[in-house]
Design a protein around this ligand. Structure first.
Ligand code: HEC
Ligand code: HEC
Length: 342
């Protein structure tokens, strides 16, 4: 194997440069650890023997200091790094890292490629948190959008009926016999808008380099492909204003399983989210919850060509549920389905 190829040599310089930068970041991390902002919403950075331990705050400060807060440059750099190393791995070649010129190839290189990919995902996540932090400020955004008189829930209701949304999602988005189609009533409007826009897109195709969010479902795509922006906002506004329906008639809730403890900070203490981009999951259909969590998990583990398959990937959610086993998935789904949605 010709591992000192031109590109590998160039890369080895890059890696050395990266190692240097990371040392710089590590120093910043110590200096700034007392003033750092909490970035708890994103997954932790992956660990690699080639990298110093990275923290969210340190990387955030680095981007502020180095790029004046412009994340696109930092994201670009790491996406290029990912592509370069991945190409070398795909060619069966090797890279040389650090001043000790350690050769990394084969399985070890694949692991390193996966780590860079994870790292890019965490960076994407951090950039989103800084720019549109799902916090109290998220609601301000929603108010100003809702304040635009062009959003019309009555037109949304007409559209929903005409487009046949109630056939699967139930009258007014409550219930319905289709176990794969979720309740929509009372769901957060910004979340619905984002989902409809994702569901309209065609898969990018090619190999599995998911962006930050990817959701494809052939049944839904057919139903939403011809909706325009104003239809989407009207529909979202209509469904979000409807009183929700809990999946269970009885007023009981199961004990919270261990695996659901980590879900609270985004989905709320009772499965009712306070962030407009994060869905409410309390009282949702159990079969739907199970299917979505399995889909997020599958996408986190998948490699290879995605083709035009139904998939659901989200940079936060997929990481959160990647290590849940099927029993834990059933337990959390049962639990959230058993909660009242109000
Ligand atoms: C033929 C049945 C069917 C019809 C008709 C239908 N849907 Fe769906 N819808 C589904 C299914 C199934 C899913 C779950 C997709 C998945 O698993 O990713 C879904 C998911 C959704 C979601 C995502 C909800 C969430 O919690 O993430 C939204 C929003 C939605 N539909 C809105 C609509 C609207 C608006 C219409 C009418 C224009 C519509 N649907 C018509 C079957 C349908
Ligand atoms: C750091 C925030 C965060 C945490 C923690 C989190 N989620 Fe989520 N969750 C999200 C976001 C954001 C979405 C929307 C994803 C999208 O846009 O596709 C989501 C979507 C979901 C959905 C899809 C709901 C629907 O209507 O389609 C389910 C189910 C879900 N999460 C379950 C869980 C469970 C179970 C846990 C704990 C094991 C968890 N989440 C932890 C942020 C989080």
């Amino acid at each position: 194997m010709d591992y000192i190829s031109t590109s590998s040599t160039r890369l080895s310089t890059n890696c050395f440069h990266v190692a240097f930068t990371l040392r710089f970041i590590a120093i910043l991390a110590i200096l700034l650890s007392t003033t750092g902002l909490a970035r708890a919403e994103c997954p932790d950075f992956p660990q690699s023997q080639w990298w110093k331990t990275l923290s969210h705050d340190a990387v955030n400060k680095y981007v502020q200091a180095k790029h004046g807060g412009d994340w696109t440059k930092y994201i670009d750099k790491w996406e290029r790094q990912y592509q370069t190393v991945k190409n070398i791995y795909d060619k069966g070649s090797a890279i040389v890292i650090g001043k000790d010129r350690i050769k990394v190839a084969g399985e070890n290189l694949r692991i390193y490629v996966d780590k860079i990919k994870l790292r890019v995902e965490v960076i994407h996540c951090l950039s989103k948190e800084v720019n549109s932090a799902p916090s109290e400020t998220g609601s301000t955004q929603m108010v100003s959008i809702s304040g635009d008189g062009s959003i019309d829930p009555v037109a949304g209701k007409e559209k929903a009926r005409a487009a046949g949304c109630f056939e699967c999602h139930g009258e007014y988005g409550r219930g319905g016999d289709n176990p794969a189609a979720p309740h929509l009533a009372g769901q957060n409007d910004i979340y619905i808008v984002k989902q409809l826009k994702e569901l309209q897109k065609l898969p990018s195709g090619g190999t599995n380099t998911y962006g930050t969010i990817e959701r494809h479902n052939k049944v839904m795509r057919e139903k939403v492909i011809s909706l325009n922006d104003s239809d989407i906002w009207n529909l979202a506004s209509f469904f979000s204003k409807q009183p929700c329906r809990s999946s269970t008639e009885a007023n009981y809730a199961l004990d919270m399983p261990e695996a659901a403890k980590s879900c609270m900070k985004c989905h709320g203490n009772n499965g009712v989210s306070v962030f407009p981009e994060v869905p409410n999951i309390a009282g949702q259909k159990e079969s739907y919850l199970t299917a979505q969590i399995k889909a997020f998990r599958k996408a986190a583990r998948e490699t290879g060509d995605t083709g035009d398959k139904d998939i659901r990937y989200h940079y936060i959610m997929s990481m959160k549920v990647k290590d849940l086993n099927i029993r834990e998935i059933r337990n959390v789904s049962k639990y959230y389905a058993s909660l009242r949605c109000e």
